[in-house]
Write a new protein. Structure first.
Length: 132
């Protein structure tokens, strides 16, 4: 099992000259258990939290307003990994859910458009990784 956490802040300046302090906190927990030779059960939970209101463009949801407050993205996945070639090749198949939630949307004048907004998507995915 692993746990990772990191934060980032930058000193970007908005077009109006105000300091735009982008506060991001990311953490995730991964768990894997080898049930037999080359087969691993895996689970993951992760969260990215944007701590401050920020200018935001989401390429997956481009219809969202560009400024949001207190956005949180979460992901959970469970699946199985199969290793080949002395563990240098991994086939990963998992099922999970991705979601987002934010408190407020603002228009260009800073007026609140609506309150809490959230959405989720579930799906099956497969990934092939090669390790050198």
């Amino acid at each position: 099992a692993t746990f990772q956490k990191w934060t980032i802040g930058d000193g970007r300046v908005t077009p109006s000259g105000d300091l735009d302090d982008l506060g991001i906190t990311n953490w995730n927990v991964d768990f894997g258990y080898f049930v037999c030779d080359g087969w691993e059960l895996a689970a993951r939970y992760g969260q990215i939290k944007y701590d401050d209101p920020l200018a935001f463009f989401d390429p997956i949801f481009p219809f969202l307003p560009p400024i949001v407050s207190d956005r949180t993205d979460e992901e959970w996945r469970i699946g199985v990994n199969r290793y080949f070639l002395n563990n240098n090749l991994k086939l990963q198949v998992d099922f999970g859910q991705d979601g987002f939630k934010f408190k407020d949307q603002f228009d260009d004048d800073g007026d609140v458009l609506k309150g809490v907004n959230e959405g989720t998507s579930k799906g099956l995915r497969a990934m092939l990784s090669f390790f050198i």
